[in-house]
Design a protein around this ligand. Structure first.
Ligand SMILES: [Zn+2]
Length: 350
């Protein structure tokens, strides 16, 4: 497929350079929909984070993740369809739409996707997923995309088929709960930034992105150095789940999210990060779409940082605490504030 062809200079797929924009504010946005942010997230990390949150709070968040993701993907797909000429969609049929969506999903690192069975008369559809980046989030993607294409409301259910393979069955029915309307992503206000990336002279993507390797057939993106799997994920749908949990279960939720991420990160190896300069951290955070690191002060057992346009601030706070713990071998305490204008102020002490 044309979209999976790589740039001849940096080897990043053309579909990525066409779909996503890396901005000087430390954000990644959909080129077609600049209000829709994306982050390049570590797949194992995000799944461990969800698992740790469930263990800490004692309830499953799988359905909430699917609901929230369905909503985000439905909106995204509606905009995508508006961008394509309606006549083209009508003439080429829904098969093409599904094919294109599948291609985009593979470029974003979501795994491989096969349509097994379509019965529009009875409003049923069945997919096979191979190596999905997240089962609940991918179920949300499939549901949201189908709802946008067919202009209906549906449910999806995943069933394991084999190792890393799932069958997902989609059916139309009334919305499953009143939760959906509350899972609204907060409006993003973005502060201007001045990060200048070294960019590919041909496709314009920051050159650091070419450190990732794409397998366009399997839908897998890996860090070329560590082999860790990554995917482009919309942070708003995940933040909406954190907000929903906090409104239902109370003020202990933000602490639990930070703790869940600290647990995950404290076990990782941060040795290569030693001696990293501010500019390098700033670059890294921005390339991943997590925001603009405008200040960082550090001593051997403590650091304070300010990040503008922070995506998933609780995850950043947990990452910082876990990283300092991995450095010093001592449990870190974290204080964080998200200012009304969206800055994350962070102080971590070992
Ligand atoms: Zn390029």
């Amino acid at each position: 497929m044309a979209g999976s062809r790589p740039c001849h200079v940096c080897a990043v797929p053309r579909r990525i350079s066409r779909s996503l924009t890396w901005n000087p504010e430390g954000t990644i946005t959909e080129t077609r929909d600049p209000e829709h942010r994306m982050i390049l997230a570590d797949v194992e990390g995000i799944n461990q984070l969800f698992g740790n949150i469930e263990n800490l709070i004692g309830i499953s968040i799988q359905n909430m993740l699917t609901e929230s993701k369905a909503r985000a993907t439905r909106e995204f797909t509606r905009k995508l369809l508006r961008g394509w000429k309606r006549q083209v969609v009508r003439r080429a049929g829904l098969g093409l739409v599904i094919k294109r969506m599948g291609g985009l999903a593979r470029s974003f690192g979501y795994g491989d996707l096969e349509v097994l069975h379509v019965d529009w008369r009875n409003n049923r559809i069945e997919w096979r997923l191979r190596d999905p980046y997240s089962v609940p989030l991918m179920c949300g993607d499939l549901r949201g995309a189908t709802e946008a294409v067919k202009d209906v409301v549906g449910t999806v259910e995943a069933e394991p088929e084999g190792e890393n393979t799932y069958i997902v069955r989609g059916r139309l029915s009334p919305p499953p709960s009143g939760m959906e309307e509350r899972l609204t992503a907060p409006a993003a206000r973005v502060k201007r930034g001045d990060i200048t990336y070294r960019r590919c002279p041909d496709c314009g993507v920051p050159l650091r992105v070419s450190g990732f390797a794409w397998d366009p057939d399997c839908g897998i993106i890996r860090d070329g150095r560590t082999g860790a799997r990554y995917a482009f994920i919309g942070p708003a749908s995940i933040q909406a789940v954190f907000d929903e949990l906090a409104s239902e279960l109370g003020e202990s939720i933000p602490e639990a999210v930070v703790e869940a991420q600290r647990m995950r990160v404290a076990s990782l190896d941060f040795e290569p990060w030693r001696g990293f300069a501010l500019e390098k951290f700033r670059d890294l955070l921005g390339v991943m779409g997590f925001g603009n690191l405008v200040s960082l002060e550090s001593s051997p057992d403590r650091f304070t940082a300010r990040i503008e346009n922070a995506a998933l601030p609780l995850v950043i706070a947990g990452t910082a605490a876990g990283a300092l713990e991995a450095f010093t071998g001592r449990r870190a305490t974290t204080e964080w504030t998200v200012t009304p204008d969206g800055d994350l102020e962070l102080q971590v002490t070992a």
